[in-house]
Write a protein of this length. Structure first.
Lengths: 154, 190
């Protein structure tokens, strides 16, 4: 008993946690810099196809996203792949207006470099993709990128 | 000496910053966006005439609604497609049934014989997007392999390591001529 009491009096030296917060803050800033906020939450399920000949998107701010996939809320939107623009499920006919809005949000000098990223589920059919492409052609949004994930070259 | 300055308890500070850290980890997505870039043809104007292309200059690739691949008049697989596309675009032996070449002066490269071949890709509305991307990928791979070969032959470096001017010279010598035909409507309702 006496021995325990003695050790209690001395006390274990406290761990200095003052610098811990510095380290964590450094982590925090690191993540804040390399990541970007998800602009809109996805309402469709997307599993992008894989490809080996991929290029990185150059300027994230000049990209407008067209998402295609099976809606998560199947009761409301059905099981067929649908288009999601910004924050809502949309139709093919809404694309023209969407592109116009995207253009209006950018400065005059940036508009020719606006790219449309088609982020579609790998199980989607080409019919809907073709409709999107036709609509993009009509509004002269010709720069296009099919978002894929990277796979090793064979 | 007088009184000691009371120390600030910073133990909970790390908790707060950890909370912030987890918040950012959750809401953010690491920049992993990449893909296959393409350029759509401009919309058809009423007065525009589609150019005539010689039959020998066209390589038709078709995908049906069952994701089967057809080129050279028979079904084939993706592996064979890349080799065939390369053979078509380069036409190394100047065969009369493969595309003709045009002599063009290109800065940095000098006089090059540029292939006039166009790969025409046609798919069905019922084709799966995955298959379409795989075919696009194989065709791009064929072009990229040829560009790489030329870059190593001329500049001693692979295509990705070239400067911008060198790269655009190579792009002119080996254009990525992939055209997409209107899709068929046999296999898909949507």
């Amino acid at each position: 008993m006496a021995r325990f009491k003695k050790s209690n009096k001395e006390g274990t030296p406290g761990l200095n946690t003052g610098s811990m917060s510095d380290i964590v803050f450094m982590f925090l800033f690191f993540f804040m810099v390399i990541t970007n906020m998800r602009e809109s939450s996805l309402y469709v399920r997307i599993k992008v196809p894989q490809a080996s000949e991929v290029q990185k998107l150059e300027k994230k701010s000049l990209v407008s996203y067209v998402n295609v996939g099976v809606p998560m809320d199947e009761n409301k939107y059905g099981r067929e792949p649908r288009i999601q623009l910004n924050d809502q499920i949309a139709d093919v006919s809404d694309i023209a207006e969407f592109i116009e809005n995207e253009r209006a949000a950018r400065s005059e000098a940036d508009r020719p470099f606006l790219t449309t990223s088609i982020k579609a589920d790998k199980d989607a059919r080409m019919g809907i993709i073709v409709d999107i492409k036709q609509e993009l052609r009509n509004v002269n949004a010709l720069k296009l990128i099919y978002t894929t994930s990277r796979r090793g070259k064979e | 000496m007088g009184k000691k300055c009371p120390e600030l308890n910073s133990g909970s500070m790390s908790d707060i910053s950890f909370l912030l850290l987890t918040f950012f980890l959750l809401v953010s997505s690491i920049n992993t966006d990449m893909g296959i870039p393409r350029r759509l043809p401009p919309p058809l104007q009423p007065g525009m005439v589609t150019p005539d292309v010689h039959k020998r200059n066209i390589f038709v690739v078709k995908i049906n609604s069952q994701n089967m691949l057809l080129f050279d008049g028979q079904t084939g697989d993706l592996k064979a497609l890349r080799a065939r596309a390369k053979e078509f675009l380069s036409n190394p032996n100047d065969l009369p049934n493969l595309p003709e070449k045009e002599t063009v002066d290109i800065p940095l490269l000098g006089t090059m014989r540029v292939s006039q071949g166009v790969i025409s890709l046609q798919n069905d509305r019922g084709t799966s997007y995955d298959m379409y991307i795989q075919v696009q990928n194989e065709l791009m791979a064929a072009v990229n392999e040829m560009r790489d070969e030329l870059a190593i032959g001329r500049f001693g470096r692979s295509y990705t390591d070239l400067s911008n001017e060198q790269r655009s010279a190579i792009d002119k010598a080996i254009p990525a001529a992939i055209s997409e035909a209107e899709p068929t409507k046999i296999g898909g309702n949507k």
